[in-house]
Structures are given as C-alpha cells and as structure tokens.
Design a protein around this ligand. Structure first.
Ligand code: C2E
Ligand code: CA
Ligand code: CA
Ligand code: CA
Length: 284
C-alpha cells in the first residue's frame, strides 16, 4: 500500500520520523498503538536476524535480532516507525518482553544445535533501567539452559551516557549475570569519550551514518578511525554497522575495526534463512 511504501521509504532514508509525530493524539498514532497492542504476542511481529562478521576472519561473531511487523493493512512496518511510539507508551515493556522471549527461544535453538552465535537483543533505555529485566533474562537463560553470553544486549549510546546508567541497580545486576552489553549507534550524539571507559560494555557499535560515508567523506573517515582506535585502546571490540559495499568493508579492515554488519555481508533475514546462511558457512 501507499502508506507502507511511505513508511518503508522513511525508514530507509534514515529520517526516522513517524508521520504522525506532529500530533501525539492523532488518529494515525492511536491506531498504530492500538494495532501494536493487538499484535504483541501474535504472529504479526517477527524477528529478523543479521550476522556480525569478523572483518579479517570472516567468522560470524553474533546475530542481531531486528523486529519486523507484518501489519495486515500497512504491510511491512519497520521498527523506526513504531518503536519511538511504543517507547512513549506502556507498550514498550510488553514489546521488549516479547522480543526477549522470541530471541531467547531462537538463541536456544541455535545453541543446542551447535550454532554457537550469541543473539544480540536491542533494548531501549527505559528497558535497561527496568529492575525486572535482569530477573527476566536470568529466568529465561536458566529455563533454556543457556550461558549468559549466548545473548547480548545492545543499548544506545544516549542512555549509557547518562549518570543513571552506571548507578542503576539493573545495570549492575546485568553485569553480575554476565550478559555482555554493546553500546549501539556510537558517535551519533551524546558521546563523551571519557565516559566510555567507565561503562560496563564489551562492544561498541559505530553508527551506520558514519560508516556509509567512508570513502566519500574525509571527516567521517577521521571520525571512524579515531573511534576504532579509541575502542581498541580501551580493550573493547568495535563493530561497524551499515556496511553496504566491499570498499567500505576494506576501509574498515584497514583501520583495524573488528567486525562489520550490513547488506554487504548479509541483510536481516528470517530465522530459517539465517540458519541456512550460517550452515553454508559451516557454522554447524
Ligand atoms: P539499529 O540497532 O542501529 O539496527 C541497525 C539498522 O540498520 C537495522 O534497521 C538494519 O536493518 C539496518 N541495516 C542493516 N544493514 C544495513 C546496511 O548495510 N545499510 C543500511 N542503510 N542499513 C542497514 P531496522 O531493522 O529498521 O531497525 C531500526 C532500529 O530499530 C534499530 O537500529 C534499533 O534501534 C531499533 N530496533 C530494531 N529492533 C528492535 C527491538 O527488538 N527492540 C528495540 N528496542 N529496538 C529495536
Ligand atoms: Ca542495534
Ligand atoms: Ca545500531
Ligand atoms: Ca543505527
């Protein structure tokens, strides 16, 4: 439909504004939230998965879970069109719990079949501070007989850059539980490089907006190079997102970036398709 096309175009252009954001109580917005409430727990919401690939080794180091919504009328709706909405409502918590349930089941299916790639789950800021999150994860991991590093949480830069993040009980509980944290979308905003050192993260994901301009913009090249250097000097792993071309992958490899993620390696795909993809790479 036209609406779905509009949504897809918006998501792809990276503009990430929902059409009805102008009006918080617009019928559009309320409709979408209502639809989302019905969709949670049903079959309209699925997770796609996208590999993170070692730039030198070619080894698959993890798989990121990305939400997809097959809306009965609008067609495929991308997360940038409903997650910001959900985040402003009580629905986000339910949505995250649903994502965690599905992602953990998938992680267990892979893990116990010998495909030992950690599944990275995106959590929003508020989820991270939710005191129930560590218990939820711990219970799920135990039930599925998974080690804590069979999953990973990706959290955006913004929240981890606030004082709240390293004083929050939930964050300490997650660290105790041993679930690795990745700092998502690094470089996009509130970065304070000094703080990076104090955060309980093991991985830094360089935002695709910088990565995509490698080879085109000297400034972005300098930014990415300095992030890669800094991340390495702190003993953390760097992962570049949004790698679309061989040229960019080569450039990142030359910079010493650890891993890449993007269409050049593999688009986000259904669990079944990713399983085949992993198999072909003799991961199992
Ligand atoms: P993100 O975590 O930064 O995820 C990377 C986004 O880049 C994904 O968009 C992915 O499909 C897209 N991408 C992958 N490879 C390429 C590439 O080579 N080029 C370009 N231009 N893009 C690429 P997607 O799936 O639309 O997700 C958008 C954002 O929505 C994510 O950004 C993440 O912040 C959020 N999100 C997705 N799933 C979840 C979820 O389950 N929970 C939460 N809280 N947020 C989610
Ligand atoms: Ca992410
Ligand atoms: Ca990201
Ligand atoms: Ca991003």
């Amino acid at each position: 439909s036209d609406v779905a096309m509009y949504f897809a175009k918006e998501a792809r252009s990276g503009v990430e504004v929902y059409v009805a954001e102008k009006d918080r109580n617009s019928p559009e917005r309320l409709n979408l939230l209502g639809d989302l409430r019905r969709a949670i727990g049903g079959s309209e919401l699925t997770l796609h998965y996208q590999p993170k690939v070692g730039l030198v080794t070619g080894v698959v180091e993890g798989v990121e879970a990305l939400l997809r919504w097959r809306h009965p009328v609008r067609g495929l709706v991308y997360p940038s069109d409903f997650i910001p909405l959900a985040e402003q409502s009580y629905l986000m918590r339910e949505l995250t719990q649903h994502v965690i349930d599905v992602a953990l089941e998938q992680a267990a299916e892979w893990w116990h079949r010998g495909i030992k790639v950690p599944v990275a789950i995106n959590v929003s800021a508020r989820d991270l501070l939710d005191p129930a999150l560590p218990d939820l994860l711990e219970a799920g991991l135990r039930r599925l007989r998974l080690p804590s590093d069979a999953i990973q949480l990706e959290v955006t830069e913004r929240i981890l850059m606030t004082d709240q993040a390293y004083t929050a009980d939930s964050v300490h509980a997650l660290v105790r539980l041993g679930v690795p944290l990745a700092l998502d979308d690094f470089g996009t905003g509130y970065s304070s490089l000094v703080r990076l050192q104090r955060l309980p993260v093991s991985e830094v994901k360089i935002d695709g907006s910088f990565v995509q301009r490698l080879g085109k913009s000297r400034d972005d090249e300098r930014i990415v190079r300095s992030i890669v250097d800094l991340v390495r000097s702190l003993g953390l792993r760097s992962v570049a997102e949004g790698v679309e071309t061989e040229e960019v992958a080569a450039c990142l490899r030359e910079m010493g970036c650890d891993a890449g993620q993007g269409w050049w390696f593999c688009e986000p795909m259904s669990a079944a398709d990713v399983t085949t993809w992993l198999r072909e790479r003799r991961m199992a």
